[in-house]
Design a protein around this ligand. Structure first.
Ligand code: KIV
Length: 265
């Protein structure tokens, strides 16, 4: 996709159907957003990872809707083309009316879609939101907002039971109206299966090369993270500029060179 018209959901679905890989990154301000946009990044996520990489927290728990809305507004001012996702922070979508109210705030700040973690009781909330016009992206596998329940940042769905449940959850989210799905830290074989099981684009982070697209946290792929997970590659190593690193990431994702087997579980 080389034109500069804003990317729509239809474009993302068409790219999945055509087997074109989607390149997504997290971002938190207008300057980096503009560089990513010009580098051809398709989807930009204002992740609640901002709690860790911007605010210096040890987890994403504690990030507020106002925090995400502020950064979403900043990022949206830097974009002409990329599709903008805004993360719903921990505790901001635990019932239908709260979820709706907070999603409206994030869409009002410039997001084209909101992302929320989990399945189970979240399926009904997703259904409530999508049937009222809120575009939703699901997030399964390692859901960082539940890190205290999961006992750390660990690979998920390694056994057959966990894998089957994740597949069922992906289908349930799609049926509830979700139009995009992030899967984090799961075996590569499962990432491929999930992508084949649903029609919506599936974006992996530590989920193997078989997903429809890839996402990384910006600071990690620029080599700024401290202790980074196995699934991260540092795109600054062979680039002379930050924009060059974004371009290298987009090419590596598009051409199927990232992630390599060394980045997968
Ligand atoms: O908050 C975030 O940055 C995320 C990505 C890790 C997908 O949810």
């Amino acid at each position: 996709m080389t034109n500069t018209l804003p990317i729509t959901l239809d474009n993302l679905f068409a790219m999945k159907r055509a087997g074109e890989k989607l390149a997504m990154l997290t971002c938190y301000d207008a300057t980096f957003a503009s560089a990513m946009d010009q580098a051809g990044v398709d989807i930009i996520l204002v992740g609640d990872s901002l709690g860790m990489v911007v605010q210096g927290r040890t987890t994403t728990v504690g990030v507020s809707v106002e925090d995400v809305a502020y950064h979403t507004a900043c990022v949206s001012r830097g974009l002409e083309r990329a599709f903008l996702l805004a993360d719903m922070p921990f505790g901001s979508f635990h019932n239908e009316s709260t979820a709706m109210e907070n999603a409206v705030q994030l869409l009002g700040a410039g997001g084209a879609m909101v992302k929320l973690e989990g399945a189970g009781p979240m399926i009904e909330i997703v259904s409530y939101m999508t049937s009222r016009g809120v575009p939703v992206c699901g997030h399964l596998g390692l859901t960082p907002q539940s890190v205290n329940q999961l006992g750390g940042f660990k690979v998920q769905a390694r056994d057959e039971k966990g894998a089957q449940q994740l597949l069922l959850d992906a289908v349930a989210l799609q049926q509830a109206g979700a139009q995009l799905l992030v899967v984090e830290c799961i075996p590569a074989t499962l990432g491929t299966e999930v992508s084949a099981a649903v029609d919506i684009p599936v974006i992996g982070i530590g989920a193997g090369a078989g997903c429809d697209g890839q996402v990384l946290v910006m600071h990690d792929m620029l080599g700024l993270g401290g202790r980074v997970p196995k699934f991260v590659a540092n795109f600054m190593l062979d680039s002379s500029s930050i924009k060059g690193a974004f371009e290298a990431y987009v090419s590596a994702v598009r051409e199927g060179r990232f992630p390599g087997s060394e980045h997968t579980y």
